[in-house]
Design a binder for this molecule. Structure first.
Ligand SMILES: [Mn+2]
Length: 308
């Protein structure tokens, strides 16, 4: 069975890819961001003539549906099985597409846990102590529990460097090393202090606005190395809270809230994610996001009033 794996590059994606690697012995593993999925799917079909392609921890983008349709059709013609496993919310249009290709695409989407957990259960290796450690790390990172110092180290190192370090991390995970010496050394020597400086710097430049009774904190032009959860957490620890947090990167933005479903807005702007932590890829129009935030939650309050 020739297998290709395409997985997200964060801790959950790496843990998922490592479990898939240990169970399926793939001929190729790619780490990717959500928008790169069609590109790697095409590469897998054209260059690796696989029997199956596993995609993990990457939600199909509604904005890329025509590319996806073409590629799934190609896989169907070539008899390639696509096995897609994820814990992000998928757009309705994606299900409509996939349901036309029942023979080709098998999928499992469950937002109640992390993808690594779903992969481990699928392959019935959830009881394996090492796999359990990988899944625990993924849960700690993805649900932003931050119980382990190791989670914070990995998260920062993975964002600080580029693809070569992410693949090196994957190789360590596949090799049974969850806390390799090289990563800890890199973190202490090159990442820790500079990362904490970036957080402090971003906190110093935040804007606080209020619109329609909704308090919004905007972190402008944040270095992509800074994790949006860590940044909002740092603000809260400094006693600065808001209803909605917007972290704006050179390309894309992260929306976060402790109680509002920000994925509603992210979806309308071509992104997605989780209810309290969602992202929008590409060029960002910040005033449009603010408009939508004010509009969406105002509307929701009105609806509630009518219902009550
Ligand atoms: Mn992920």
């Amino acid at each position: 069975m020739r297998t290709v794996v395409i997985s997200h590059w964060d801790l959950d994606g790496l843990a998922s890819a490592a479990i898939l690697a240990l169970r399926t012995a793939p001929v190729k593993i790619w780490l990717a961001s959500v928008t790169a999925v069609p590109r790697y799917l095409r590469k897998a079909l054209e260059e690796y003539s696989p029997d199956q392609i596993w995609i993990s921890d990457l939600n199909p983008q509604a904005s890329q549906i025509s590319d996806l349709r073409m590629l799934i059709k190609q896989a169907s013609i070539e008899g390639v099985k696509i096995r897609w496993i994820d814990h992000h919310e998928w757009d309705r249009s994606i299900y409509d597409l996939i349901h036309q290709y029942d023979e080709t695409v098998w999928y499992l989407v469950d937002p109640s846990t992390v993808t690594a957990d779903l992969v481990a259960r699928k392959f019935r290796v959830r009881d394996n102590p090492y796999i359990n450690d990988l899944v625990s790390l993924a849960i700690d990172d993805d649900f932003f529990l931050n119980r382990y110092d190791l989670t914070i180290r990995w998260r920062r190192v993975l964002r600080w460097y580029s693809w070569n370090i992410r693949y090196k991390a994957l190789n360590s995970f596949i090799g049974g090393e969850i806390s390799p010496y090289w990563m800890n050394k890199l973190y202490e020597d090159e990442v820790k202090n500079l990362y904490e400086n970036l957080i402090r710097e971003a906190l110093g430049r935040m804007d606080i606005i209020e619109k329609n009774g909704i308090k919004i904190i905007i972190f402008q032009d944040v270095d992509p190395k800074v994790h949006p959860g860590e940044l909002t957490d740092a603000a809260k620890k400094n006693g600065v809270t808001a209803d909605i947090y917007i972290v704006r990167y050179p390309r894309g933005a992260s929306l976060r809230s402790d109680y509002y479903d920000v994925s509603l807005i992210a979806k309308k702007l071509g992104g997605g994610g989780h209810p309290y932590a969602a992202g929008i890829p590409g060029k960002i129009n910040i005033s449009k996001i603010i408009e939508m935030v004010a509009h969406t939650y105002k509307q929701r309050m009105t609806t509630n009033t009518i219902v009550i």
